[in-house]
Design a binder for this molecule. Structure first.
Ligand code: NAD
Length: 424
């Protein structure tokens, strides 16, 4: 077994989150190139460990050819990454285990028997162990396991983008305003709400992108078969640092749809600077967008809302866990969490609930830098108990809950959607 330097271990760790699609789509060489050249890859279904780029490429090609040949649509995820102390010095050893799930083309999910597959926690730990202990589960159990396993994320940074299916019967016909909706989570929120019959006014500083997003989402909704009649999505230009823009945004919702039930203060910026380098302009703009933007939004919303309405603010895990270089951002998000409590206390008199969502690393442009930086990604995922990046969809499902009647006795709460990272 080869000894692997620490930096390569980090590269493997990044791979752990990234290479899953590549074999499936036959891109063996690209897959192997992302693996540390000296790394060792141990698959429970192949007796020989693959070491080095050539062996990894050959392994991936064999794997892909096997899938094609058997007519199976095989999915796989790397189930386990182990980093251990080496035999000599401080060298570390990295092992990755492949977990494979077979889904026959056109058929119901079932264990294919070849190659083997296992659940996460029971993945064989040594090469060949699978052959010694073949899968003997009943077809029902196999199906259950396969469904569980196919829910595993397989995208970059192991992001699970699978749509959440919860529906809220009270939502169709309601009206939401979402700021920062041109992209990222805001765009996902607009889509998630409209899919559930909610009309949406999306506001963004980037007016052109906002219009394009509203058009794209509208076209996508028209193409989907959706249980509830989809809501309409309209675009509006807004700079959340300007109180009067919020007033105009609220008026747009009233003009277009006649009411405002939900308001999502989502727009935000994520500047980087270590404390000595934070400029007055940087701290002012961060507080202005991230904090004043929330306050002005809540003020405009509350002025037009009826009892039973709800506001959700985007805080962050950064409100409770600080990171170097993010002092301005972290303090702005701590302020959002606190402001949410103040708003809840005061707007409770009007029957308006105010909550916050505190996301961890979510797969948007805001965090793209970390997904492109192997050591930073490895470090970040180490501090996430669920060891993956979250998806906008996973934040959206929490947003829907916080806006819905299902949370009608919840106010002044910051709900973490962070894979547990606030505890690490
Ligand atoms: P994003 O950068 O993908 O999108 C933010 C949107 O806000 C952009 O469309 C941008 O144009 C808009 N915006 C910026 N300044 C604005 C202004 N002054 N007026 C109007 N619109 C403005 O961000 P995202 O990742 O989708 O994040 C959404 C929210 O969630 C932000 O408040 C962010 O701080 C918070 N958050 C994100 C993460 C994450 O990992 N992505 C984690 C925790 C919290």
């Amino acid at each position: 077994m080869s000894e692997v330097p620490v930096e390569d271990v980090l590269a493997v760790h990044q791979l752990y989150g990234r290479q899953s699609h590549a074999i499936d789509s036959g891109e063996a060489a690209r897959w192997a190139a992302t693996f540390t050249p000296d790394g060792e890859f141990v698959s429970p279904s192949y007796p020989e460990p693959a070491v080095g780029t050539a062996a990894l490429t050959a392994f991936a090609e064999r794997f892909h050819a096997g899938c094609v040949e058997s007519g199976e649509r095989l999915r796989h995820v790397v189930s386990t990454m182990e980093v251990r102390s080496g035999q000599s010095g401080d060298a570390l050893r990295a092992l990755a285990y492949l977990q494979i799930v077979g889904t026959p083309e056109g058929g119901s999910p079932a264990c294919t028997g070849s190659p083997c597959w296992t659940t996460n926690s029971r993945a064989p730990r040594t090469a060949g162990a699978c052959a010694a202990a073949p899968c003997t589960a009943s077809p029902e159990k196999q199906e259950e396991k396969t469904q569980m396993t196919t829910l595993e994320p397989t995208g970059p940074g192991r992001v699970l983008h699978q749509p959440a299916t919860a529906r809220y019967p009270e939502m169709p016909g309601k009206v939401a305003v979402v700021t920062g909706a041109a992209r990222g989570m805001g765009a996902r929120f607009a889509a998630g709400l409209a899919t559930r019959g909610v009309h949406v006014v999306g506001g963004d500083l980037d007016a052109a992108a906002m219009t394009a997003t509203a058009d794209d989402l509208t076209a996508a909704l028209a193409a989907e078969s959706i249980e509830d009649k989809p809501g309409r999505i309209v675009a509006s230009a807004v700079d959340v640092t300007r109180a009067e823009d919020h007033v105009a945004l609220a008026q747009r919702a009233i003009d277009e749809f006649g009411r405002i039930d939900f308001w999502v203060n989502n727009a935000g910026i994520f500047p980087y600077a270590e404390v000595p380098d934070i400029t007055p302009e940087q701290i002012r703009s961060t507080l202005s967008v991230n904090v004043e933007g929330v306050l002005f939004g809540a003020q405009a919303a509350a002025a037009r809302m009826e009892p039973g309405s709800a506001i959700v603010n985007m805080a962050s895990v950064s409100a409770v866990r600080v990171r170097k270089g993010r002092a301005a951002y972290c303090s702005s998000k701590a302020a959002v969490a606190h402001l949410t409590e103040s708003l809840a206390v005061e707007l409770g008199d009007q029957g308006i609930r105010v909550n916050a969502i505190a996301p961890g690393y979510i797969d948007t442009e805001m965090t793209r830098w970390i997904q492109d930086d192997a050591p930073a990604l490895a470090k970040a995922l180490d501090a996430v108990p669920l060891h993956r990046i979250g998806s906008p969809e996973e934040v959206c499902s929490v947003l829907l809950f916080l806006l819905s009647d299902s949370s009608r006795y919840v106010t002044g709460h910051s709900l973490a959607v962070d894979g547990g990272s606030r505890h690490v």
